[in-house]
Ligand binder design. Structure first.
Ligand SMILES: *Cc1c(COP(=O)(O)O)cnc(C)c1O
Length: 359
């Protein structure tokens, strides 16, 4: 049976990328060696790391003066690396959910960390950004509750921030739409949602933002170390970086972020329309402008809640994978990352319609 992978992360990758990764595990570029057993210092791997950085820069239109790093530790390590490297006196955070809150908690260990506004089911706009902050931190997509900062609200943040450096966790919506990188000092994220298997973290960093804090920064936690080492100060996560390159090539060959944005919008519109019109389901995010295109959360309407397990079984039997909602939200969550095609979302919509007819 065909499986439709709606997992929240690690999550779906393009089939051809998985196939090419498997081939490289058996024989890397016809060298007679597996990618698992080559040295990262060997002539084989440097071009991979170079291409990973170059394609990220090309696809996201990254301006001069920035580097793209591929590190270990996940987005969660960035929650502490960002304040370690940038927070001297005060930082400001927009709290739009579980991941923002975790980022904010880490910052509190390094200085004053202000929460300017908080909401899990909409994107707040009624706040000011303290102009004396060392940086302002946002999470562009709230993976767990299913909200996303849309382009208009991002533009408003760009206006409001003045000269305050902007830092963003884009773990779950990187490369899903064009983004104005020049507005940011740091963009980071775990690659296991839109880019690669688990094990690598991307960091897009403006080189001039470093060197402004007075504390000692441990070598491995210092961005400068990884800039100087070209992401190879120590052994990089070789296989996930290679898969990231394959995903980036796939994206480029198909038309880049403009193409994927249109496809992601079409997918989200299709599923939200089905849920808005449903008699038994409802999306959990009611503010249409704040709805995530990546993580679409929905629940059974009052009176139908007892169907929870039954629908889950029904959908599973139809090949739907990973649609259980996060335990904090309950219900269901369909993660529709870049690699999910419109046919996959249509299959879920058909499954919902079929289930409705039975009830
Ligand atoms: C998944 C996720 C994280 C956590 O990433 P790790 O790589 O597991 O540390 C952080 N932020 C957001 C927005 C996420 O979606």
């Amino acid at each position: 049976m065909k499986k439709y992978n709606f997992n929240a992360g690690p999550s779906i990758l393009p089939q051809e990328v998985i196939k090419q990764t498997a081939e490289a595990v058996m024989d890397f570029q016809g060298e007679g060696l597996s990618i698992l057993e080559i040295s990262h210092r060997a002539k084989y791997f440097q071009p991979v790391m170079d291409e990973a950085e170059a394609l990220m820069k090309e696809l996201l239109n990254v301006p001069e003066g920035y580097r793209v790093l591929f590190l270990g530790g996940g987005a969660s390590l960035q929650f502490c690396m960002v304040p370690f490297n940038l927070l001297e006196h005060k930082a400001a955070y927009l709290n739009t959910g579980v991941w923002s809150k975790k980022a904010l908690k880490e910052a509190k260990g390094f200085g004053e960390a202000v929460e300017v506004a908080a909401s899990t089911n909409s994107i707040p706009t009624d706040y000011d950004i303290p102009q004396d902050a060392d940086y302002f931190h946002i999470t562009t997509n709230n993976t767990i509750f299913g909200t996303e900062i849309n382009d208009d609200k991002l533009a408003e943040i760009y206006r409001k921030k003045g000269n305050v450096p902007l830092v963003a966790d884009m773990s779950s919506d990187i490369l899903s739409r064009p983004i104005d990188v020049s507005q940011y000092d740091i963009i980071y994220g775990g690659a296991q949602k839109n880019l690669a298997p688990a094990g690598v973290t991307f960091v897009i960093i403006k080189e001039s933002c470093l060197g402004k804090v007075s504390r000692y920064i441990p070598t491995m936690l210092n961005y400068q170390t990884h800039i100087d080492g070209g992401s190879m100060f120590n052994t990089p996560p070789v296989l996930p970086v290679y898969t990231a390159v394959l995903t980036l090539r796939w994206l480029k060959a198909n038309g880049g972020v403009k193409w994927i944005e249109a496809r992601n919008k079409a997918k989200a519109d299709l599923l939200y329309k089905c849920l808005d019109e449903s008699k038994i389901f409802t999306p959990t995010i009611l503010d249409k402008e704040d709805r995530s295109r990546m993580n679409i959360c929905f629940v059974l309407k009052p009176g139908y809640e007892e169907l929870q397990d039954d629908f889950f079984k029904f959908a599973t039997a139809k090949g739907m994978v990973g649609i259980k909602g996060h335990r904090l939200v309950g219900g269901f969550r369909a993660s529709c990352y870049n690699a999910m095609d419109i046919e996959g979302v249509q299959a879920l919509v058909d499954c919902i319609h079929e289930y409705e007819k039975l009830h």
